[in-house]
Design a protein around this ligand. Structure first.
Ligand code: SF4
Length: 325
């Protein structure tokens, strides 16, 4: 029996009986305990009549006893909102910034990449869908508290920590606590994000962020909704705020044929960045390869990537490149 089945069976056995009621163990609290996590309360939420509303990201999920957040990380238990993403990463590895689309910060240096399960968007092309879209209880996680992450980073002699692999917004509290400790130890904090976060939590962590790459999924609300189940305006707000606070900023974009390769929309994106004074910000156009729910599509061609690059350059962007891998 795998761990997911074990948890589910345990829930059924205990949750259905008087024992669970007597101990006031609800389903989510029990799952959490089985995962071996420390209960960790979320930072951004407010109470509602039937549960809470999470205010971390623009989804503003209503979360209650029978419904977890859209990211599957945040859940309700005994009147509070908790996060499963604290101290339970699914991925920890030494890498280089340029391998996670940060081309001009700590280039060539070792950094520690860390990510948990879950995501607040649901991209049809996600290449880590098992971790981002699966049930948390089914994921293979390891127990690693923030101070242990720092110890590991120092032991590996890396220059910084990258919050990414999956979407770091959904493990906000974990990221924040690691980032504070990292800053104290002279380690840099890098983040690869979809930028889908509300202004208040972003402003709560921005002082610890040294470099951020925002992955812009498309250039219209219609594309965002169909491709990623989100909207675009909060992403633009995030880009503006990072730039205004002098965080090293880069943009990445996956060129998905038939979905995000509309040259007129790319032109508008370039013009918007130029208008916002973002001409110097590196813009990486990544090649789409068939994946997840878009496995039937063809990979983007060199010609499509180059056409996109020329449009962005003509709109005034000074540092564009194509990533062919
Ligand atoms: S972080 Fe998760 S629970 Fe909170 S609003 Fe976003 S998707 Fe919903």
């Amino acid at each position: 029996m795998n761990r997911g089945s074990f948890i589910r069976n345990s829930l059924l056995m205990l949750g259905a009986g008087p024992f669970a009621k007597a101990l006031k163990i609800d389903r989510n609290g029990l799952l959490n305990a089985r995962l071996g996590e420390q209960l960790h309360e979320a930072m951004y939420y407010r109470p509602t009549q039937h549960g809470v509303k999470c205010t971390l990201c623009p989804e503003i999920c209503g979360v209650h006893a029978t419904k977890e957040g859209n990211c599957r990380v945040r859940y309700f238990s005994n009147g509070k909102l908790y996060t499963r993403g604290y101290g339970n990463p699914v991925h920890v590895a030494v890498t280089k910034p340029e391998k996670v689309s940060i081309s001009s910060y700590l280039k060539g240096q070792d950094v520690l990449l860390i990510g948990t399960g879950g995501c607040n968007l649901h991209c049809l092309f996600c290449n880590v869908s098992a971790a981002s879209q699966g049930n948390y209880g089914d994921l293979k996680t390891q127990s690693l508290q923030p101070d242990e992450v720092i110890e590991l980073a120092l032991r590996k002699s890396v220059k910084g920590i990258v919050y990414g692999y999956t979407e770091p917004v959904v493990f906000y509290e974990y990221m924040l606590h690691i980032a504070r400790l990292a800053r104290q130890k002279g380690l840099k904090n890098l983040m690869t994000t979809n930028g889908y976060i509300n202004p208040e939590p972003l402003s709560g962590i921005i002082e610890y962020l040294d470099a951020v790459v925002v992955d812009v999924k498309g250039f219209s609300d219609a594309t965002y909704q169909r491709l990623a189940s989100g909207i675009i305006v909060p992403v633009f707000d995030t880009i503006r705020m990072l730039h205004s606070r002098n965080v090293h900023l880069e943009i990445s974009h996956l060129l998905v044929p038939g979905w995000t390769d509309d040259l007129a929309l790319l032109q508008k994106m370039g013009e918007w960045m130029t208008k916002e004074g973002l001409q110097q910000v590196p813009f990486h156009i990544n090649r789409f390869r068939p994946s997840y729910k878009l496995h039937q599509l063809q990979a983007a061609t060199d010609d499509q990537l180059q056409a996109a690059r020329r449009v962005l350059q003509s709109a005034g962007l000074l540092h564009t490149d194509t990533v062919l891998s």
